[in-house]
Design a binder for this molecule. Structure first.
Ligand SMILES: [Zn+2]
Length: 346
């Protein structure tokens, strides 16, 4: 125990001061009481300040100011991201409409471009304290931009690869008749709508028919890979589909003999078999289709029927020398000399 605390109390009866000794416990109690009293008064003032006068504490004011600054910064970032997105959309449009189109690449579907974006649950953790929604919208936009940029960059890689191979386009795109133009043939059913020769209803004829005797050699009209080899009793009969890349495919139908395998790489002028009369056919002919990006197009736009015969023969010969696959198929079966002589003069 420390020194005893004394206090002097004025006694009005004796008109003198009387000594009073205050115990430590009393002093402590007084101290606590005065502390509690001031605390209550402080609380009362705080209540008046906030609830009655609707005033803010300095710290609240400062935080609000800071918050407003952050919000405006976030809004600016959001606007910048919108701007970035617009620019990326511009790149996407040019990519699908120009670059990919030039090289016959299919458009990238929206599902592919925007997959994995969105999903409310992914951003649930942000929503708890994000009353303005600015933060979650920013994160969402950033994710979106990242995904778009990633897909765009991959697409450019693809286009770049195609550009490097652009020299191949000339050799891949269908450009010659699928048979030696010196053989006896005539163009029977043209491409387009026609009355079906068997069912007599109007139907789209998806290719060009060349009536000719069976056994004429058929040649790949451009470089590519044999995609389908089919042997059917109906429909196309024995048929071959070659995928030339750059969006082009060709189909050779009603064949008699097929000499290629699926997956086999072929070059323009390679023999793929012989014409015939298999499948749904009213007479021996070659049904030839050109398919560009999934649509049937007029095959006559992809060949020069009047190309010099020796040029065609040279092309086939060069291929035969390279592949070592000698065939006398260049000698047309049931050759019509008159036709050849007349055509040869051109
Ligand atoms: Zn046909």
């Amino acid at each position: 125990m420390g020194k005893k605390h004394r206090e002097y109390i004025f006694d009005p009866q004796t008109l003198s001061y009387r000594e009073n000794i205050v115990s430590f416990r009393q002093r402590t109690r007084r101290l606590l009481l005065s502390f509690a009293g001031s605390f209550l008064v402080a609380l009362f003032y705080l209540w008046l300040y906030i609830s009655v006068f609707h005033l803010e504490l300095p710290k609240t004011t400062m935080l609000k100011k800071q918050n407003a600054q952050w919000c405006s910064k976030m809004s600016i970032q959001n606007k910048r991201m919108d701007d970035c997105r617009q620019r990326l959309e511009g790149l996407r449009e040019r990519d699908d409409g120009v670059y990919r189109a030039i090289f016959g690449l299919p458009e990238i579907s929206a599902a592919e471009r925007y997959s994995g974006i969105g999903g409310i649950n992914r951003y649930a953790y942000l929503l708890e304290n994000d009353h303005t929604g600015l933060l979650s919208s920013s994160v969402r936009k950033l994710d979106f931009l990242r995904k778009m940029a990633c897909v765009q960059s991959k697409s450019y890689d693809e286009v770049g690869e195609m550009a490097r191979r652009s020299g191949d386009i000339a050799s891949c795109v269908p450009a010659v008749p699928p048979f030696y133009p010196g053989v006896s043939y005539h163009m029977s059913s043209p491409f387009g709508y026609r009355t079906d020769p068997i069912y007599h209803n109007t139907k789209m004829h998806t290719g060009q028919d060349f009536a000719m005797q069976p056994g004429n050699s058929l040649y790949a009209v451009g470089d590519g890979v044999v995609e389908v080899v089919r042997y059917e009793l109906y429909g196309y009969g024995n048929s071959v589909i070659i995928n030339h890349g750059f969006g082009f495919k060709t189909r050779y139908a009603h064949m008699k003999v097929i000499t290629v395998q699926p997956g086999q790489a072929v070059k323009r002028g390679d023999c793929i078999g012989q014409s015939g009369n298999s499948g749904k056919s009213t007479g021996p002919h070659l049904h030839f289709e050109v398919i560009y990006r999934g649509n049937y197009v007029n095959p006559l736009n992809y060949m020069d029927m009047d190309m010099p015969l020796d040029e065609y023969a040279q092309m086939v010969k060069a291929r035969e020398e390279e592949t070592g696959m000698t065939s006398d198929l260049i000698q047309p079966v049931h050759r019509d000399r008159k036709t050849i002589r007349r055509r040869g003069k051109k």
